[in-house]
Design a protein around this ligand. Structure first.
Ligand code: MG
Length: 357
């Protein structure tokens, strides 16, 4: 039986890809013609290749990079569907980060910053504890009038890595950020922190740290975040998580491959997708999330390492934060709670209240 052969022009019309695109996909090994005439070099395609060509065309329209398309095309339909869902989850996560940036720019350009003249400041406390199981504390927690930070180091020099990252941010305590430049200032500070961690790591790919920090501008808090430490906001009784874990299990939840309940018990739940230092080649920094939050009097912020959230449920955290206690008392209560739950990891908490003065 002879398979029906289509010229490149006829095939292009049938699958809605241009002949130029078909030639490119041939070169990239994405869609090889069934036959190439040895004399003329003309490409011929089998009718049976149309389905794959249409899939390639749709995936291009979706904006999927060629490497991703090659992967999807090599998979059976169910697995291919899973890959497409995963791709889209990543697109949406990236869009969310850009949406926050756009909101900040709109705010900034229209001057919709605080119009009232209420002076606000932070009341704060920080504490880091080894916990009940680990031989050493590799976390670092810091709180000052302008800077709040939690870092959770990993690898043989993890303690040095987390303290180096926080040390590298401390100059921000004495820097008055210009109105429009606070995110740039933080981004530069993170580059410095990343370099400090790489210096500590001295080439070891195992050494790195998470970093979640808030910088106070007098009316807003700028957030920088990388890894699986977390920031929460308690506002009018509601607890809101304002960071997204950069972990393998969180991305699997986002992609619909895992439920939050399954993730909580997953053996690799601590595996990070991003951190400062670890696994990054010299000179590059995995991009942190950057965000600006308008502060309101009465807001209470919590920064914590996974030593808290790994063993204390969010409802319990909300209960402890809601109690009428000073930041210092709240921090102690949270750390005690983690230790009473077994204290399997180092635990660090920073609590800061926004108060009118
Ligand atoms: Mg930890």
């Amino acid at each position: 039986m002879r398979t029906e052969m289509l010229t490149i022009g006829a095939f292009a019309r049938a699958c809605r890809l241009s002949p130029k695109a078909l030639r490119l996909y041939d070169e990239l090994d994405l869609l090889r013609p069934a036959r190439v005439d040895p004399d003329t070099g003309y490409r011929y395609y089998a009718a049976g290749q149309l389905e794959r060509a249409r899939l390639v065309a749709w995936l291009r329209r979706l904006g999927m990079p060629l490497a991703g398309i090659r992967e999807v095309c090599a998979l059976p339909p169910r697995a291919a569907a899973r890959e497409i869902r995963a791709h889209w989850a990543r697109v949406e996560a990236e869009t969310a980060v850009r949406r926050d940036l756009a909101a900040f720019l709109v705010d900034h350009l229209t001057g919709e910053s605080r119009k009232d003249t209420t002076m606000l400041e932070l009341r704060y406390s920080a504490h880091s504890d080894t916990g009940r199981v680990r031989p050493a504390n590799q976390d670092t927690a810091y709180a000052g009038a302008r800077l709040l930070a939690v870092a959770d180091g990993c690898g043989p020099a993890g303690a040095h890595a987390s303290s180096a990252a926080v040390e590298a941010l401390k100059f921000l305590e004495n820097t008055e950020p210009a109105a429009g430049s606070v995110l740039n200032l933080l981004e530069d500070a993170v580059q410095g922190a990343s370099q400090a961690v790489r210096d500590v790591a001295a080439g070891s790919e195992e050494v790195g740290t998470t970093l979640t920090a808030l910088l106070w501008t007098g009316s807003r808090l700028a957030l920088v975040h990388i890894g699986d430490s977390r920031a929460y906001l308690l506002r009018e009784g509601g607890l809101f998580r304002i960071t997204h874990d950069h972990t393998v299990v969180q991305s699997m939840i986002d992609e619909g491959r895992l439920t939050p309940e399954e993730a909580a018990a997953h053996p690799q739940r601590a595996l990070l997708l991003k951190a400062l230092g670890a696994g990054t080649t010299a000179g590059t920094t995995a991009a942190p999330d950057l965000k600006l939050h308008d502060a309101l009097p009465g807001d209470r912020y919590l920064l914590c390492s996974d030593g808290l959230t790994g063993v204390v449920a969010e409802e319990r955290i909300q209960g402890l934060l809601s109690a009428p206690a000073t930041p210092d008392e709240a921090v102690r209560a949270l750390v005690d709670e983690a230790n009473e739950a077994g204290g399997p990891d180092n635990v660090s908490c920073v609590v800061a209240d926004v108060v009118a003065v």
